[in-house]
Design a protein around this ligand. Structure first.
Ligand SMILES: Cc1cc2nc3c(=O)[nH]c(=O)nc-3n(C[C@H](O)[C@H](O)[C@H](O)COP(=O)(O)OP(=O)(O)OC[C@H]3O[C@@H](n4cnc5c(N)ncnc54)[C@H](O)[C@@H]3O)c2cc1C
Length: 378
């Protein structure tokens, strides 16, 4: 049944494709716009793999949102018939006494999440590809998984179109603003559209389209680096994704083809991106020094010379929490931005939440701590 509400989704990337799917599934008239086309590699969604984890090390408020995301990932796979997520598990390794490891262990127990604590010997037996220094612990998050980002964006956008959504590809929105007389005005190079509600999901381009956000979104340039193993059993134990905090915060994902391992570093190493349209996608040799150091110290069975390098962007907020909800003072404009390096796993939950906000004006899902108005406001 079609709901008589016309909703624009601006940006059909990680979040926007899922928002389009959920809105179309609920019968809204959905009009999507993307600067490029679903699945492109110029924003936050490229590079073959993303980590899904049941525990987010930030606010405990993420636990129910990750539960919702988990169910919605299964639903998207069922509806589209595509394999978008492999339940590989995720190994989290760090200093046993560090605040982040203690938080991880207590949250895993309190919320009865399916996890296993591994000491150095057990890790070496089951996952010989990883070295654990003295005084460190490994936690296997059994709900952890590897998601395929480009395939997920395309699957969600295609499903939305099958359900009746329209998507304007290669159509950047130049302006989104309240319309005189109600609703929202969407300006593109082709003309002006009027809708009841707009959901803005333009990722790293957020400051270009909405320069006056109530919270700062700092856009950064991220390097992904793919390495070949030098021993045949690198993918032992089901090839879990991994997150490590020493000597530098980093993460890694075995590639879906079982050939290489993708590594990424923490925010501290990322350069600002003043203009997302002018992103520098060239990686200089000196930018690889930290990857070499990590490999030498923690994963000596990976070849430090990468076989592939790619550059992406992401928007970070000071608190690490994204902005999710109505723009202050605007009943018809919803924003989802600043996912701070951990948004992909949440994207189908964000689709469901945006559909609630756009069609019902509110949601029962607990997103108060993500309010656009203030960091951490409930
Ligand atoms: C290298 C890297 C690794 C990451 N690893 C993980 C991970 O392991 N796990 C995890 O959960 N998260 C991870 N993240 C974070 C996650 O990928 C992001 O939080 C998420 O992709 C952000 O989605 P988005 O929709 O905000 O942005 P995008 O996916 O970039 O989507 C924005 C879309 O808006 C479009 N657009 C821009 N401007 C306009 C306009 N004016 N008009 C129309 N369309 C427009 C763009 O073309 C784009 O398609 C990682 C991010 C990066 C970069």
């Amino acid at each position: 049944m079609r709901i008589s509400k016309r909703v624009a989704v601006i940006g059909a990337g990680s979040m926007g494709s899922q928002v389009m799917w959920r809105l179309a599934a609920r019968g809204a008239e959905v009009i999507g716009y993307d600067r490029y086309a679903p699945g492109h590699d110029r924003g936050a969604a490229g590079g073959e793999t993303r980590i899904f984890r049941a525990v987010h090390l930030g606010d405990p408020g993420y636990i129910p949102l990750l539960g919702l995301a988990d169910r919605m990932w299964d639903r998207l796979q069922r509806e589209t018939g595509f394999s978008l997520r492999r339940r590989s598990g995720c190994l989290v390794m760090g200093e046993t006494a560090s605040p982040s490891m203690r938080l991880l262990l207590s949250a895993s127990s309190t919320h009865r999440l399916d996890h296993e604590v591994l000491d150095r010997e057990e890790l070496a037996r089951r996952y010989p590809q990883h070295r654990l220094p003295d005084g460190h612990t490994a936690v296997l998050d059994r709900m952890g998984a590897v998601i395929r980002p480009e395939a997920s964006v395309q699957a969600a956008a295609t499903r939305a179109e099958q359900l009746g959504a329209r998507l304007h590809r290669y159509t950047p929105v130049r302006e989104v603003a309240p319309a005189a007389g109600g609703g929202v005005r969407i300006v593109t190079d082709q003309g002006t559209d009027h809708v009841d509600t707009a959901v803005v999901t333009v990722g790293p381009w957020i400051n270009t389209l909405l320069p006056d956000l109530p919270r700062t979104v700092d856009v950064r340039r991220l390097i992904s680096s793919w390495h070949l193993p030098t021993r045949h059993d690198w993918f032992a134990g089901g090839a879990p994704a991994f997150v490590r905090s020493t000597p530098h915060d980093c993460y890694g994902l075995p590639s879906p083809d079982g050939i290489s391992v993708k590594l990424g570093l923490s925010l501290a190493r990322y350069l600002p991106v003043p203009d997302p349209e002018l992103l520098d996608r060239t990686v200089r040799p000196e930018e690889l020094a930290t990857f070499r150091e990590l490999i030498g110290e923690l994963m000596p069975d990976l070849n430090p010379d990468p076989i592939r390098l790619s550059v992406y962007m992401e928007g970070y907020t000071e608190s690490g929490n994204p902005l999710v909800g109505h723009l202050p003072g605007e009943d018809d404009i919803i924003v989802m931005a600043g996912f701070s390096g951990s948004g992909f796993k949440l994207s189908p939950a964000m689709g469901e939440i945006a559909a609630d906000l756009a069609l019902d004006g509110t949601t029962d899902h607990p997103i108060g701590f993500l309010a656009p108005a203030e960091a951490g406001a409930v």
